[in-house]
Ligand binder design. Structure first.
Ligand code: UPG
Length: 449
């Protein structure tokens, strides 16, 4: 970079390296980079996450440079295998790992950062931005409802009296009537509120209103009740998505031939199953779902991380080989856009929800943590484009009823019609006259100022 005289600005991008956070942030930066050709974006992230999201053969984004920061793993560390451990180690190393890396880049280039773009989790960016006298753009990777709830954490904790939230409603919050307290992100109300995630999200709720702009991978028309509420709480709240509709067609690997297999299936007949990048349902729920698929006979594609032989009932793969495909990673975006896909059994991660809307596929919801229950309620009660599965946990009976409802009933068709309306709104939002395009221009102005 030293000696590259075309580079006039340095922009720091601070990624959260877990779940599906870093890759939508990279998508945002990829979209911004042509709009700011004089800028070089330094993408600070752990080596593991950078290696996963920066594709070897993709040279299109020369102006975006991955830069590895410490993941906080102590020397000679022996993992206990807990999935929270890497997050806890990383949280302990943050923000010093980012500060050190940023200082090194400033020394190496002789340039200062003119803007910082961060995952919205990074509340400490408010101070960094003030020190640098630079704008702070925070990127929220989930939906508008969950970010609003995090702003009101203290209020919610005070009113709900944490010990007993069952049966309590959020009617005291504008825009949330009909939502149960048990549906909101658990980090707000239950468990060890002093553990790293609840603490980080609490601080985020306090600091985020200081951001110069909060960008979100969503579109205003998806939840119009939220637009005034979010606009009134932030300096600038910019819905700029769905980002999947704004990027050039990326190469999506399909080594197991899911798409070719789908080509041979009837329209809207296949259930696609995935619980995202982090969640793994407990063994008894996997078993119940496998039994439901086998007994009902619906065709399916099941994306399940790890060895499916170990995770699914004995003999399931052999017995269902004419009905379905089981893969460790699927071309989800393409599957959801295929006309043969008729239902999506999902954990309701925000990226999956948006991709299902873009594909027009009704959802069967089994939510686990974070924003997922809230997304599930919005899918069921606000948009009417999906259904829960049993009483929360997957049971054989609950899964069979949900599959029947979505794939073979009039109600499923009705969901599809509603989805078609929302889908059109999503495509409109990213057209040249659309709301997300206008918001993206505002965002570009913030970072070029
Ligand atoms: O076989 C697969 C499985 C998943 N995906 C992709 O992986 C992403 C999954 O993202 P998401 O649905 O958001 O799930 P998580 O990875 O679990 O996301 C975390 O981050 C989200 C955004 O903040 C939150 O909404 C979730 O609750 C949180 O778990 C999507 O883009 C999928 O297309 C594939 O391409 N192939």
């Amino acid at each position: 970079m030293p000696g590259d005289e075309n580079v006039k600005k340095l922009i720091a991008v601070l990624a959260f390296p877990f779940a599906t956070h870093a890759s939508p942030l990279l998508s945002l930066v990829q979209r911004l980079s042509p709009a700011v050709p004089e800028a070089r974006f330094i993408f600070f992230n752990t080596a593991k996450s950078n290696n996963a999201i920066f594709l070897e053969d993709d040279k299109r984004w020369d102006s975006i440079r991955p830069y590895n920061v410490s993941d906080g793993t102590p020397e000679n560390y022996v993992s206990s295998g807990s999935p929270m451990e890497p997050i806890e180690n990383f949280a302990k190393a943050t923000p010093e790992n980012f500060r050190t890396a940023m200082e090194t880049v400033v020394e190496e280039t002789g340039m200062g950062f003119s803007c910082i773009i961060t995952d919205a989790f990074y509340w400490f960016a408010a101070d960094m931005a003030q020190e640098l006298q630079a704008p702070w753009v925070a990127f929220w990777t989930a939906g508008p409802r969950s970010v609003l709830l995090h702003l009101d954490t203290d209020l919610i904790r005070g009113i709900l009296k944490l010990s007993r939230i069952d049966g309590k409603m959020l009617d005291f919050l504008p825009g949330f009537s009909g939502i149960c307290a048990t549906d909101i992100p658990p980090e707000i109300t239950c468990g060890d509120l002093n553990s790293p995630m609840p603490r980080m999200l609490h601080k985020m709720g306090l600091m985020l209103p200081k951001a110069t702009a909060v960008a979100i991978n969503s579109f205003e028309e998806i939840d119009t009740a939220m637009v005034n509420l979010t606009n009134s709480r932030f300096k600038k709240f910019l819905n700029i998505g769905p980002l999947v509709l704004t990027l050039p067609d990326l190469k999506i690997s399909d080594s197991e031939g899911c798409l070719q297999w789908l080509d041979k299936q009837k329209q809207e007949s296949v259930a696609y199953i995935s619980f995202g990048s982090t969640v793994m349902p407990p063994p008894h729920e996997l078993e119940a779902l496998a039994e439901a698929l086998e007994t009902s006979g619906f065709h399916f594609i099941w994306s399940i991380r790890g060895n499916p032989e170990e995770k699914l009932p004995k003999g399931f793969l052999e017995r269902t080989k004419d009905k379905g495909i089981v893969v460790s990673w699927a071309p989800q975006l393409k599957i959801l856009q295929h006309e043969a896909t008729g239902a999506f059994i999902t954990h309701c991660g925000w990226n999956s929800v948006l991709e299902s809307i873009v594909g027009g596929v009704p959802m069967i919801c089994r939510a686990f943590f974070g924003d997922q229950r809230l997304n599930m309620r919005t899918i069921e009660n606000v948009w009417g484009v999906g259904t829960g599965i049993g009483d929360g946990e997957i049971t054989k009976d609950g899964a069979m009823k949900a599959l029947e409802l979505v794939l073979s009933s009039e109600e499923g068709q009705y969901m599809r019609q509603k989805l078609e309306d929302i889908r059109k709104l999503a495509f409109d939002a990213v057209q040249s006259h659309g709301s997300s395009t206008a918001n993206f221009e505002t965002l570009t102005a913030v970072i070029t100022k």
